[in-house]
Design a protein. Structure first.
Length: 122
């Protein structure tokens, strides 16, 4: 498959993932100046990195994101003052399943959960 065809497939999948994330009503999309398409792009980017390295540290929209993609893994989201953590009994981005959209959605939901912990209104 040519690179151009692969890029086109990626764009189609990104749009479909954005639609799924929008339908899932994630707080990070509603609470920040983040579009579903932008967040889908970021989740797909993280998933590519996680296929190579199970431990990722990155920044996104002013937050520090850490993912431990292993059994009993976690996702943490930090700002300058606090950290939110989402933990799982399995992996944040399970790559051994054929349901890639389910894996992306799981990772997105875990990022959202950790983000919500530090951004919820008391």
């Amino acid at each position: 498959m040519s690179t151009e065809v692969m890029n086109q497939c990626g764009i189609c999948m990104e749009a479909e993932l954005a639609e799924i994330l929008q339908d899932d009503c994630l707080d990070i999309i509603d609470g920040e100046n983040i579009t579903a398409f932008d967040f889908a792009n970021y989740v797909m980017y993280l998933s590519k990195v996680l296929r190579i390295n199970p431990f990722v540290e990155d920044s996104y929209k002013g937050y520090r994101i850490k993912v431990r993609n292993c059994l009993y893994g976690s996702v943490s989201v930090s700002n300058d003052y606090e950290t939110g953590v989402s933990e799982t009994l399995y992996k944040p981005f399970p790559t051994d399943d054929e349901d890639i959209f389910g894996a992306w959605l799981n990772l997105a939901q875990m990022i959202n959960e950790a983000w919500y912990q530090i951004n919820k209104e008391d």
